[in-house]
Design a protein around this ligand. Structure first.
Ligand code: ADP
Ligand code: MG
Length: 212
């Protein structure tokens, strides 16, 4: 068995089977290095190039932690754009296929507000979205994040470049402090280290160069 096999991880047989169905034969470098810590519940800051499989790294982690029977928002994934949020939600839905009834909702700016209210009333386990729109729902109390125990900042460098840092901080005021926080980025800058220091606890730092 290769050290890259997903079966080295404490994943359910349904999840392992599903990964096989998705054609994910082995972990990519960033998955191999980050998933053991993510599944242990550690905060992780992971830097790896675009296309290296970062979505599945946090996706497998958040689904591992999710309690499907508890129908409350337990995971929040912040993304810089609607397109990226849609991509992340698509991958999470594929990863969650083995677990019936995992409800994943996207909340992004540029989409109509009204239908989002309707979807929120039906509830969700996982919210994926852009900081501005999520903040708008929080301020109107149409979204509660009080049961969130997993926060993911995807493409954190891009969110900072786009000027979202204030909105991210405001969103975080609505998220419990007792949580796991994962921060993914394609680059590693002082700003990224600063935000990690302010929102993560004893984060494990992982950097990879290969996309394999
Ligand atoms: P990143 O977020 O690092 O830019 P993505 O998460 O979008 O990268 O992944 C890039 C592509 O690799 C996607 O098409 C995804 O389905 C695929 N992928 C992810 N993990 C694996 C894996 N372990 N084996 C094969 N393909 C994978
Ligand atoms: Mg990505």
């Amino acid at each position: 068995m290769s050290k890259r096999d997903f079966s080295n991880l404490p994943l359910s047989k349904e999840m392992l089977h599903n990964l096989g169905e998705m054609g994910y034969k082995e972990m990519t470098a960033i998955q191999e290095q980050s998933l053991p810590y993510i599944l242990e519940g550690r905060d992780v800051i992971a830097q790896a190039k675009t296309g290296s499989g970062k979505t599945a790294a946090f996706g497998i982690g958040l689904l591992y932690k999710l309690q499907v029977k508890k129908f409350r928002v337990q995971s929040l994934v912040l993304c810089p754009t609607r397109e990226l949020a849609d991509q992340v939600a698509r991958e999470l839905r594929m990863l969650a296929r083995f677990a019936h009834n995992v409800k994943i909702l996207t909340l992004c700016g540029g989409a109509a507000f009204g239908p989002q209210l309707g979807s929120l009333r039906h509830g969700a386990h996982i919210i994926v979205g852009t900081p501005g729109r999520i903040l708008k729902h929080l301020k109107k109390a149409t979204l509660s994040l009080e049961d969130v125990d997993m926060l993911v900042l995807d493409e954190a460098d891009r969110m900072l470049d786009m000027g979202f840092s204030e909105e991210i901080n405001e969103v975080l005021e609505f998220v419990p402090k007792a949580r796991q926080t994962l921060l993914f980025s394609a680059t590693y800058t002082d700003e990224i280290m600063d935000i990690s220091a302010s929102i993560q606890n004893s984060a494990i730092n992982i950097k990879t160069t290969s996309t394999e």
